[in-house]
Ligand binder design. Structure first.
Ligand code: SF4
Ligand code: SF4
Length: 412
């Protein structure tokens, strides 16, 4: 299979060539202008950051890209979908307020924000994918209806997927609340009887008449009850419950989660042009969905771009894995200091350039490709999140035609 090209630029700057300009030079070199943007609804899929998190992408990058895309005739907007968990982005009102506070507003980011799956996360379109895990991914309507998808992705660790990059931002980030339930959960939702107030909103929104209100054990309060012979696992009840009464059931395994994410990502870009940019900066151990960001584990490395989101994520993972661990206090240095692997890591990285490390990856890859255990002893994401296996998602992405794992790194 032909290798995909992944373009990479480091973070060195000079007068007149700041980081936003370098990003623009990168995406042009990677061929973004091959896409015809004229009069096309162009969604920039981006994570606006949870309140309190400061590792999310600066809106300045989005503003630069918006200006460029608009100069090409695009009808451009910024978008993300609501979260499954309760927080500052679980409905469109709170989500928009958080985005505005974090600088994603027309003044700073030069474009409007549209929350893709609507007020309560119930506005979605099913994409007929016939996937092995998700036959009909539920994608937020504003993203599903877009003509072109551009993903801008903060590349960092992720507690459930291993890392968050293009696949995670596209797949998980574009899913409606019900879609996120499908991704996370291998079973139907359940009712937390302590949290349920008996308000009945879930029963009203359940299109399968699977929910009824029954008397609780105290005989005073009423609680929601799910008839699992009728429930189809659509997640609508979780989306509309404002009391954390309807909650997700048993979690998917990490392999299954990553494979599902790949299928959702394919549903997002299916039959339309797409382009993807990863920012390997502030590589925090966990997702920007947290209301904090722990210290970065490696130095800021650069920006990478590609038409192929699978190759892009694989390249960025390899770059992070090849980088030295920051010597100051961080999650990974804590782990390594408790492990004999620390010494091995330092020897492995000493005096190696990015290109040399990439060559080494290619060698390893040829020998171990196809196995989840690929490079695990040197996989920083696996070290931080031992139960995760990001490569399963990349390989599934290759299998379903989303992209390829093998890449050629083009440094500009
Ligand atoms: S589960 Fe939520 S929406 Fe349903 S009755 Fe209980 S509190 Fe209301
Ligand atoms: S998941 Fe869907 S079908 Fe099942 S109880 Fe909730 S709203 Fe009804």
């Amino acid at each position: 299979m032909e290798k995909a090209k992944v373009y990479f630029t480091d973070l060195r700057t000079r007068p007149g060539m700041g980081l936003a300009n370098k990003m623009l030079r990168l995406v042009k070199a990677a061929g973004i202008e091959k896409i015809d943007f004229q009069d096309q609804f162009t969604a920039i899929k981006i994570h606006f950051g949870e309140r309190g998190n400061l590792a999310y992408l600066r809106p300045n990058y989005a503003a630069t890209l918006v200006d460029f895309l608009r100069s090409k005739g695009a009808k451009v907007f910024l978008t993300d979908s609501n979260t499954l968990y309760s927080g500052a982005r679980s409905n469109a009102v709170d989500h928009l307020a958080t985005a505005m506070d974090n600088g994603y507003n027309p003044i700073s980011a030069h474009a409007d924000v549209i929350i893709a799956d609507g007020l309560k996360g119930t506005d979605y379109k099913e994409i007929d994918l016939g996937g092995e895990y998700c036959p009909k991914p539920k994608i937020g309507t504003a993203i599903a209806d877009s003509d072109i998808i551009i993903s801008m992705n903060h590349f960092k660790g992720h507690e459930q997927a291993g890392f968050g990059g293009a696949l995670k931002n596209l797949g998980m980030g574009s899913a409606s609340v019900g879609g996120k339930l499908e991704l996370h959960c291998s079973s139907c939702p359940k009712i937390d009887l302590d949290a349920c107030t008996g308000c009945g909103v879930c029963a009203k929104y359940c299109h399968h008449n699977a929910i009824s209100l029954i008397n609780s054990e105290d005989g005073i309060h009423r609680k929601a009850s799910i008839d699992y012979s009728k429930c189809v696992g659509c997640g609508q009840c979780v989306a509309v419950c404002q009391h954390d009464g309807a909650i997700i059931g048993e979690n998917s395994s990490t392999k299954e989660l990553n494979c599902k994410i790949a299928e959702y990502a394919l549903a997002v870009v299916k039959d339309k042009p797409s382009f993807h940019i990863n920012f390997i900066m502030n590589v925090s151990p966990e997702c920007d969905c947290w209301n904090h960001n722990d210290a970065a584990i490696v130095p800021d490395l650069g920006i990478a771009a590609s038409f192929d989101p699978v190759a892009l994520d694989c390249a960025c993972a390899d770059l992070v894995n090849a980088a030295p661990v920051l010597g100051v206090d961080n999650r990974l240095s804590d782990i390594l200091s408790r492990s004999a692997e620390h010494e091995e890591q330092q020897e492995w990285h000493e005096h190696k350039s990015l290109e040399e490390q990439h060559d080494e990856h290619e060698h390893d890859h040829q020998h171990e490709h196809g196995h989840c255990a690929h490079g695990r002893q040197h996989d920083k994401f696996h070290l931080m999140h031992p139960d995760t296996c990001w490569r399963a998602g990349a390989e599934h992405g290759e299998k379903i035609g989303l992209g390829v794992c093998d890449y050629e790194l083009v440094k500009i």
